[in-house]
Design a protein around this ligand. Structure first.
Ligand SMILES: [Zn+2]
Length: 342
């Protein structure tokens, strides 16, 4: 994939006829379609590449015939291709010399789809590029060019940027355990690995979140058309600093969309067991203040796994040590912490 342009393979594109001129042409009855004209800097001819992940829903090759039949349906477009990028958003590539894809093909950003040309009503080789937003989800490729069915958007600012598609997140939680939450999350447009955020809630309030990228491959996702299939997540969670109790678990997409559960009737909760304070029990500390005695000021903080050295809890503090082998042994106390912080 080139990095200079999402439209021309070499990236050396320049706009030869901008959107506002198409608009004034249309007002004056001299044109019909709104878009921008692109030529290649200097030598003009270039390969045309797909702007974004999409499906070829219209492919007209009227010179050699679409499906073997001469096709003049393109009006002034000559040979052209329409790609659908969401339920309603399409890009149109017109005046092509050659088309390299067929209807139904899935194209990736940067896939070569045609060769710039001078077919249809065109004076000089150029690409006429349109961005259309259909008013309702496109079901059939007939009457795609019915102007009542869509509005044009100015594609200029999207030449090298993502399309103005509202991401439509979908996904599920497949499994929940005390160490992680897994499932899949897809943005509905492209193969950007989105962040899945696991939330632990108590009494409807979020008490802890964990995030992870939904980037792992799952063949069932690829087969069912969820982009390239690299949209599974397995977010690790750490309950060691949470008070005991039962937490509701959910997962949200970057826009706050709450994902459903693939098994709706299974419990969607995690229970953090009541802390057992007995010599040798391990606790994970996260910047917990520590003390060198049952009373007195803190001597700093500790993070990591530590063990209860011995009981009792004195003055609300409990003795801890850094090695299991030191548990209970005199003279091996590392520090004291507030039991309530464990
Ligand atoms: Zn044009």
């Amino acid at each position: 994939m080139n990095t200079k342009s999402r439209i021309l393979e070499t990236g050396d594109n320049q706009i030869s006829y901008p959107y506002n001129l198409h608009v004034s042409n249309k007002k004056n009855g001299r044109g019909w379609a709104l878009g921008i004209d692109i030529v290649k800097y200097k030598s003009q001819i270039d390969y045309i590449t797909a702007h974004s992940l999409g499906t070829v829903i219209k492919c007209v090759d009227y010179l050699s015939g679409t499906n073997g039949v001469p096709d003049r349906e393109g009006m002034g477009y000559g040979n052209y291709i329409i790609l659908r990028h969401s339920d309603t958003l399409c890009t149109v590539y017109a005046h092509l010399e050659k088309v390299y894809v067929k209807e139904g093909d899935t194209v990736m950003p940067g896939t070569r789809i045609g060769l710039m040309g001078n077919t249809g009503s065109s004076r000089g080789a150029h690409l006429h590029l349109e961005l259309r937003d259909y008013k309702s989800p496109i079901k059939t490729s007939s009457s795609l060019n019915n102007e009542q069915l869509f509005t044009w958007l100015d594609p200029t600012r999207y030449i090298n940027a993502s399309l103005p598609i509202c991401k439509k997140y979908s996904g599920f939680i497949d499994s929940i355990s005390t160490s992680g939450v897994s499932g899949w999350l897809w943005n509905g447009i492209d193969d950007v690995a989105e962040y899945a955020t696991v939330r632990l809630l108590r009494l409807g309030k979020v008490v802890k979140t964990f995030s992870g990228k939904a980037s792992a491959y799952r063949s069932d996702l690829a087969v069912s058309g969820k982009g390239n299939g690299h949209h599974a997540y397995d977010v690790r969670i750490d309950l060691s600093t949470l008070p005991s109790g039962t937490y509701t678990v959910d997962v949200i997409a970057p826009d706050g969309t709450v994902l459903g559960y693939s098994t709706p009737d299974s419990p969607h909760t995690i229970t953090v067991p009541t802390r057992v304070f007995s010599p040798g029990s391990a606790f994970r500390l996260s910047s917990v203040p520590v003390y060198n005695a049952e009373t007195g000021p803190s001597i700093g903080t500790r993070s990591g796994t530590y063990y209860i050295h011995s009981l009792p809890i004195s003055n609300g503090r409990i003795r801890m040590t850094n090695l299991r082998s030191r548990v209970g042994k005199p003279g091996q106390v590392s520090f004291w912490v507030e039991a309530g912080k464990l």
